[in-house]
Ligand binder design. Sequence first.
Ligand SMILES: [Zn+2]
Ligand SMILES: [Zn+2]
Length: 486
Amino acid sequence: MGTIQIFLTIVIFVSFLTFIVSAAGLIGYAVNSLFRKLGLPSRRFTYPVFKILTTMILLSTLLFFFASFSAEDLDQFTAEEELEEVVADTELSQKVKKEEQNDKKPSATSTKSKEKEIPKEKEQAKQAKEQRRSDGPLTVHFIDVGQGDAMLLKTKEKAILLDAGDWRGQEVVSYLRREGIDTLDLVVGSHEHADHIGQMPQVLNEYKVKEVWLTGNQTTSQLFENLLQTILEKDIAYHEPRAGEHYQIGDMQIEVLHPEQLTGDLNNDSLVLKLTYGTVSFLFTGDAERQAEDRMLQGAQNLEATILKIGHHGSDTSTTPSFLQAVNPEVAIISVGANNAYGHPSQSVIDLLHQQGIDLYATKSHGHIKVITDGKDYHITTDKSESLKAGKVSAEERLATSSPAPRSSRETSHSISKEVRSRDNCIDLNRATAEELERIIHIGPVRAEEIVLTRPFQSVDDLISINGIGSERLADIKAEGKACVK
Ligand SMILES: [Zn+2]
Ligand SMILES: [Zn+2]
């Protein structure tokens, strides 16, 4: 129970008591006046006493009503309130958020026996919540979208989509259709990269979406502009959440763990959300890397979760041992495509998870992964089952998957001057027009368009994600020195 609730309860109690005492006094006054009129012996109650008592009664009645209404609002907020109402950030709700944060202690070294550690009061609150859970079981779908992220959180009443796969695919819309979705209560883009917001404009066009959350970072990609345009056209409610906010959507409790504020680094500004359903919890980290993980470790929020969606497709830039220890998951899930150009997931991350005895699933080896929970237990179903290997592919394998280079370009690659252009004159992959991009070796109209659609890139090396650019062509592009990222 929060301090505000205790305070309001005291106010209700005091005003009620004042009301009773004043009412008794007033009755006494009336009886006395009557006795006086009848000439019977009575105490001397004067007119001012009557005035004081009536004022007290009026005041206490007012206070009583005011306090009980506020208490009711608070109750609703912490229990069953709808998303739309919660998003309206009232001063009261901010206070509740702070209050709840204070309740949570960081528990970096706790063990898996969560039930035992929960204080009695919290346990009772949890039981009460479980009895209220009428929203049916929760299913968290990790949709196999190849190299990208897309997760559907679904109960009987509510549906939330976290990320929408890669821009080249169609899987998300068709998956949602198969699941019988017609309304999404919330769609979240963890960050603005094309493997996360890829199919989001399609989703917003095909389904009724009540609200969209994005980080607030801006990019120059056409995809991002399409997304903003669609949100505006469809007049969808929009929010940029920050660490410390928490929401109740049906029976799902959603806490925002990151970011506190934006840094402009898209991956490290990923929205990190913790979903709690009874005693089972999920941590969704987008592409958050070490920098974001360290930041969360410094915060006071409880990172512990039963199931962890591994950050950045299992890249070794994420999932530090200390972060993993703080989350202390039973199950880890990696959303990653087979034969991706980045070599995700990293062997070191896989080894770390195995060492900690954490069950590991990945979309590239298990297909669609579903976690079904009643709030106490959970079970996991997958489409297929293969053992997960690290994503490192040899240069030969990578070349084999990209289209062969035309002979002329291979020839030119040997005659390129090693001149390195100054950064001022280079063609910025994140800003140049398609026409300008075509001046770069190996980039024709199709690849230029793909670059414009999917940027921003963190470095020229990211061109490896563009169809048909393998390690050899990338080396040519770097040697030419025209392309840069400012
Ligand atoms: Zn990603
Ligand atoms: Zn990313």
